[in-house]
Design a protein around this ligand. Structure first.
Ligand code: NAD
Length: 262
């Protein structure tokens, strides 16, 4: 049995993870972790503790599954680095800043860490496909644009998945994403420079996650599209990662690795 704690327990994803874990015989949900100020009751969890009091919970688990905020990830890595040694961290939190990325990097020297912008098989496969398509449909003749849609409660834009898809397209064209990334357009933009990779975010309704990668040529358009029908898709993938990472040595792991796509 893999023993789990869920950070961001009161959130949409935290609760989805808890529901699936409770229905799995090989997983034991020990507790949830959330902001210390939050009302510590949730039907999905045997108990919820505040981040400040999480060390005791961490001592009882094999894997922490995190879907929270960049600030929470920083707090988890800073405050609980010692308690995380000998366990593993699976995080799906997106919009991570440089500080959070660095903290995950140093944590991985002592703990197994997997950070993924998307836990679905479809998106991880699509990412590899996009890299290949972008290399064949090159920047001179095909303009690459990515359109993503999510529910209106999402806190970051563009989505972590859109950024991963854009990075894959840039990699297929042998250029760092930072050199060609363009977030949205407005006003007197001028003509579109060749090679630009555009990112566009739609927000509203109950959309769990839609991503379309467009390659626009003069005489043809290629569209690659993924639609998540339910956020249980991501929760299920995160639990697959949790089962897989349990007991692994310290280091950084990827969802593509878990899924055998590397
Ligand atoms: P949400 O807002 O519903 O939940 C976030 C939870 O984190 C809340 O319960 C909040 O109280 C808690 N939190 C905030 N600050 C905290 C702190 N300092 N310490 C502990 N807990 C804290 O958000 P959500 O829709 O569940 O998404 C959470 C994250 O997961 C987002 O970054 C989102 O983009 C990402 N996400 C990733 C995937 C994926 O496949 N990788 C899929 C869906 C969502």
């Amino acid at each position: 049995v893999t023993r789990l704690a869920v950070c961001g327990a009161r959130g949409r994803m935290g609760r989805a993870v808890a529901r699936l874990a409770a229905a799995s015989d090989d997983l034991q949900l020990v507790a949830g972790i959330d902001r210390s100020t939050i009302d510590a009751v949730a039907a999905e969890f045997p108990r919820i503790v505040g981040m400040a009091d999480a060390a005791g919970v961490l001592a009882e688990v094999d894997v922490v599954v995190d879907f929270s905020t960049p600030a929470a990830v920083r707090e988890l890595c800073e405050r609980h680095a010692a308690a995380l040694v000998g366990r593993a961290l699976v995080t799906g939190t997106t919009g991570l800043d440089e500080a959070a990325e660095e903290l995950l990097g140093s944590l991985a020297e002592r703990t197994a860490v997997l950070a993924a912008a998307n836990f679905s098989v479809g998106v991880n496969l699509l990412t590899a496909v996009v890299q290949r398509v972008a290399s064949v449909l090159g920047a001179e003749r095909y303009d690459c644009e990515i359109v993503e849609a999510h529910h209106g409660r999402k806190l970051d834009a563009p989505s972590g998945t859109a950024l991963a898809l854009a990075a894959a397209a840039a990699a297929g064209r042998d250029i760092p994403l930072a050199h060609v990334r363009r977030d949205g357009r407005s006003g007197e933009t001028g003509a579109r420079p060749a090679g630009e990779i555009g990112l566009h975010s739609v927000r509203g309704g109950g959309v769990a996650g839609d991503h379309a990668v467009l390659f626009l040529g003069e005489r043809e358009t290629v569209e690659l599209r993924h639609r998540a029908l339910d956020r249980a898709l991501f929760a299920d993938g995160a639990l697959t990662a949790a089962r897989w990472i349990r007991g692994r040595p310290p280091g950084r792991y990827t969802m593509a690795g878990v899924l055998g796509l590397e």
